[in-house]
Design a protein around this ligand. Structure first.
Ligand SMILES: C[S@@+](CC[C@H](N)C(=O)[O-])C[C@H]1O[C@@H](n2cnc3c(N)ncnc32)[C@H](O)[C@@H]1O
Length: 272
């Protein structure tokens, strides 16, 4: 899939108030009142939709070293085991790693490391599969993180980067009805209270801007999928999961060029 390539100069992090929040130590998932593992109880469709996307993007490839950046408690690490000899869960929250100890019990080959995306403790060019799923919404300016990904990725390696998509169809219809242009910069979607309390950054991105940030870091998008296209409480109640997933499987690729869904998966490689 081809994309326009207008060069960008990333916004300096210190001049962007939302980005400033992201530069803090990324330990926001240490909140003892929030159990991220339980969050997934009601999200079987979304979880399966993400596994379908990874399967489509990797198409049976096999890797030596896979790393899941911001992998939480390791939700997707078990799935990544199919694709790599060694999987590392790289996660900045100690609480998530503590949950991971239990969740990944019996999978001693999955390494667990306390690590943040803007400071990856891997040598240059040593990772041949890197995933970063559901982390971008905490990264208003991902320039440093993308530079790190580019640095650690091997020349023939692949990264799967998931983007919380502001251009999804519902937003586009909303903006159209108000005759407003779609924003190019990340949109802060925190509640007024969370903004006041300077809570953890929470943004949705314009995928075109993300592509330009990737290019600036020496990374190029090789394939795109639109994911969780049927994410709707009503639909989830009305349709059996097998039907939802059949439709999801069929639509991820055709809807990608429209950036239809709330979640966009990019398959990324080093620029050649
Ligand atoms: C919504 S959770 C997603 C966890 C996991 N990727 C998944 O999909 O199940 C967001 C994760 O991103 C991690 N995170 C937040 N900021 C980060 C950063 N700057 N670098 C790496 N991980 C980060 C959080 O600690 C948390 O585990």
């Amino acid at each position: 899939m081809s994309h326009t390539t207008t060069p960008i100069t990333p916004t300096p992090i210190t001049k962007n108030p939302v980005a400033k929040a992201a530069k803090k130590k990324a330990d926001q998932y240490n909140d003892p009142t929030h159990n991220y593992l339980r969050y997934w109880d009601e999200r079987k469709y979304e979880h399966a939709a993400e596994e379908i996307a990874i399967t489509k993007l990797l198409r049976g490839k096999h890797f030596k070293n896979a790393v899941d950046i911001g992998g939480g408690y390791g939700r997707l690490c078990l799935f990544l085991e199919k694709y790599a000899d060694k999987v590392t869960l790289a996660e900045p929250s100690q609480q998530q790693l503590d949950i991971a100890k239990d969740f990944l019990k019996g999978h001693s080959e999955i390494d667990q490391k306390l690590m943040q995306a803007d400071d990856l403790e891997f040598k240059d060019g040593t990772i041949d599969l890197l995933t970063m799923i559901r982390v971008m919404h905490h990264l208003p300016d991902p320039s440093t993180e993308f530079n790190e990904i580019s640095r650690v990725l091997s020349q023939d390696g692949y990264a799967i980067i998931e983007v919380a998509n502001y251009l999804h169809m519902r937003n586009r219809l909303k903006h159209l009805s108000r005759r407003e242009k779609m924003p190019v910069k990340p949109v802060d979607i925190r509640s007024a209270k969370n903004k006041r309390d300077e809570e953890i950054a929470f943004v949705n991105h314009n995928p075109h801007t993300v592509i330009r940030h990737l290019e600036h870091a020496g990374l190029q998008v090789e394939a795109t999928l639109s994911v969780s296209n049927l994410r709707s409480t009503r639909l989830k109640k009305a349709l059996p999961q097998s039907v939802m997933l059949g439709i999801e499987r069929a639509l991820q690729k055709p809807l990608a060029s429209l950036y239809f869904g709330p979640s966009i998966f990019f398959l990324v490689r080093k620029s050649r």
